[in-house]
Design a protein around this ligand. Structure first.
Ligand code: XIL
Length: 360
């Protein structure tokens, strides 16, 4: 009887302590300066990709988003698969919902992507179209979308992931249809539809100094020399807790692109942590600390170059991460699935704060 009572008291006390600890954590977090405020002091936009489903269904998602970020990237709503169900049909519902939300909450928007070999609808993949037809389909696509959002979207990923690891152009549908010129052509069409917008080439594994990032450098330098309207390069930055390039190499890459007259955005940063599921409690803490260090370092690399003007993560809560598709949950983002800030959040926060103090 006495043992039972003792156990009950212990349970109640420890759950009260845990509760008080969580409240204290929450209070500390609530009193922190949001990421977007710290970033703004360094003229940096702080962004995240948004999920249409989460935006529509989770008030906590919306609250965290608006509290911490001032830029959103459209994760899937502008992909051909979502936006172009048929050759003669545009499905703007998801995109309009997201863009109206952004306008209402004063968030800038990164439109993503106009041209990509991924997420193509079956009618396009299997259509056996002639080269001229494909050129017309692409032209109509770019023109219609960019004009539709001309008032609200000032930043576009015009071409996404066009290069192979060795730097050669991927042999995509667009490459076969229009030849190597399709990239120039796409930027030209986007420019004609919205001359005020900033137009980006976006890719992965081009964050530091690699054969692929050399190829991107060559590609965009050539475009500028040919008078093609390109204004920036997006570095996706999908990393892992135990693997990311050296900060100085990322900064050097950003600087060389900047010296061409371009701006650079970190566009899809996330830091996967696949070992989390099987790790012990102390193993988990170690992984989360390592993940925080990666977020910190990538942010620091961006802040060390004056040409890096936006830092975007590919989602912000582990409740909604594309990495979860492969292995749920993947713990790749700065907030956990209950929207509590993780060490990763504080990694970003402290990099921003350090850089602020260093320029004071
Ligand atoms: C991903 C989305 O996040 C997923 O929800 C979707 O199932 C597949 O595409 N690089 C890109 C993004 O440029 O568009 C991809 O987004 C992630 C990799």
């Amino acid at each position: 009887m006495l043992t039972k009572l003792f156990r009950w008291v212990r349970r109640v006390v420890s759950s009260r302590i845990r509760g008080a600890f969580r409240t204290a954590q929450r209070t500390i977090y609530n009193q922190r300066v949001p990421l977007k405020v710290l970033a703004a002091r360094r003229n940096l936009l702080m962004g995240t990709a948004v999920s249409y489903t989460a935006l529509k269904s989770s008030p906590l998602y919306v609250r965290t988003l608006c509290q911490e970020y001032n830029l959103i990237a459209v994760e899937n709503a502008f992909k051909w698969l979502t936006l172009r169900p048929e050759r003669d049909q545009f499905a703007f519902e998801q995109g309009d919902f997201i863009v109206n939300f952004a306008d209402a909450n004063k968030l800038a928007v990164r439109g993503h992507p106009l041209v990509w070999a991924g997420a193509l609808p079956v009618w396009l993949q299997k259509g056996a179209f002639s080269k001229d037809e494909l050129a017309e389909i692409l032209h109509t696509h770019i023109t219609t979308i960019v004009r539709h959002y001309a008032k609200s979207i000032q930043i576009w990923d015009v071409v996404n992931m066009a290069l192979k690891a060795n730097g050669d152009l991927s042999e995509s549908l667009w490459y076969h249809a229009l030849g190597a010129n399709y990239i120039d052509q796409a930027f030209q069409w986007a420019y004609e539809a919205a001359p005020q917008a900033r137009l980006f080439y976006n890719d992965y594994n081009i964050e530091a100094l690699t054969p692929k990032s050399d190829a991107v450098y060559k590609l965009v330098k050539g475009m500028l020399e040919r008078g093609i309207p390109i204004h920036g390069v997006g570095l996706q930055a999908h990393f892992a807790f135990n693997h990311h390039p050296a900060i100085r190499d990322i900064t050097a890459n950003i600087d060389r692109l900047g010296q061409l007259g371009l701006e650079v955005h970190i566009t899809e940063c996330d830091v996967s942590a696949p070992g989390m599921i099987r790790a012990s409690a102390s193993g988990k803490r170690q992984i989360l600390r390592a993940q925080a260090a990666v977020y910190h370092d990538v942010m620091a690399a961006c802040l060390q170059s004056k040409y890096c003007t936006a830092f975007v993560t590919w989602g912000f809560s582990d409740a909604y991460s594309w990495q979860n598709n492969a292995h749920k949950p993947f713990h790749a983002l700065p907030f956990d699935e209950h929207y509590r800030p993780k060490p990763a959040y504080y990694g970003l926060h402290s990099a921003l704060q350090e850089s602020y103090h260093s320029v004071l």
